[in-house]
Design a protein around this ligand. Sequence first.
Ligand SMILES: NC(=O)c1ccc[n+]([C@@H]2O[C@H](COP(=O)([O-])OP(=O)(O)OC[C@H]3O[C@@H](n4cnc5c(N)ncnc54)[C@H](OP(=O)(O)O)[C@@H]3O)[C@@H](O)[C@H]2O)c1
Length: 329
Amino acid sequence: MQETFKAFRIHAGKEFERAGIETLTLDDLSAGDVVIKVEYSSVNYKDALAGTGKGKILRTSPLNGGIDLAGTVVSSTSEKFQAGQQVLVNGSGLSEVHDGGYSEYARVPADWVVTIPTGLTTHTAMIIGTAGFTAALAIQRLLDNHQTPEHGPILVTGASGGVGSFAIQLLTQLNYHVVAMTRKQDQHDYLVSLGAQEIISPDEVQVDSASLHKSRWGGAIDNLGGDTLAWLTKSVKPWGNIVSIGMAGGINVETTAMPFILRGISLLGVTSAACPQSLRKQIWNKLGSELLPRNIDQICAAEVKLEELTEAFNALLQGSICGRQVVCL
Ligand SMILES: NC(=O)c1ccc[n+]([C@@H]2O[C@H](COP(=O)([O-])OP(=O)(O)OC[C@H]3O[C@@H](n4cnc5c(N)ncnc54)[C@H](OP(=O)(O)O)[C@@H]3O)[C@@H](O)[C@H]2O)c1
């Protein structure tokens, strides 16, 4: 392995200080049993917040950014992994308490490492990344809570983003009727190509003090939070489920107990970073087999280099990105 290598390193103590390319040695990396030559990472909403200082994500500093990584094991002091194996790590503390994937090398605890599932490569695993993993986790939550296609259409908000794109494609594969909500007029064809059968605008979100609206959705996968999530609680059909994933539109949710006690709806959460490892492996294995995204090439996937990350973060936070950005190391 090279003695020195490049990484995109974030310095953020109480306040964000700076982020950019630095030259590191293995001794600079957080401790772990498995050293990985990183081939690909990806850009998620959380990465953009961390790398620009627009959100406080790091709980120790400095750290290499990147909540996802995939590559080849270089060395391992754990019996669970051997040099040459293709692996991935997502969430689990990367770029929060441990050096992340925006680095030519990473060193991580063996318990966080997932073998690349059959059906995926290090590249396709990072097109999926935390965004696709979280979409699959959300769908698992829906299924575990007895959501069926017969229950009615599933609304996916923040549809053209990473999580939204995968949620549409995977729900379609499972025979759900998917309605996509997007602000992007120019991405309707893209969303239809993923499987969306109807497209609505965020203008349809009703913001008022009513406790209930006409029930319309069998269920929902929500990336926005705020007023959108409040409206969803009031417009999901009896016994429907909403999975709350993100807060791109706000963190405060004003609703009442009425939808829960009169319609029996459920509001389910997901956290990909703190997902139990057994469930994480189960979801990745599904993504490599029965839930393998059928047309992964249809998910817009731009390729970016470490040097282009700041630009990639800004574009994502401005909402101009569609699909995923894969980082090539
Ligand atoms: N719970 C978890 O474990 C977990 C895991 C991954 C992601 N997340 C969260 O899930 C959300 C989506 O993540 P992502 O990686 O898919 O991000 P992304 O690629 O940036 O997608 C977010 C989408 O939300 C919409 N959007 C963005 N800003 C908005 C705003 N201010 N108001 C209204 N709509 C807005 C846009 O969709 P349109 O332009 O199509 O409307 C955008 O494409 C983020 O909040 C992220 O933090 C949570």
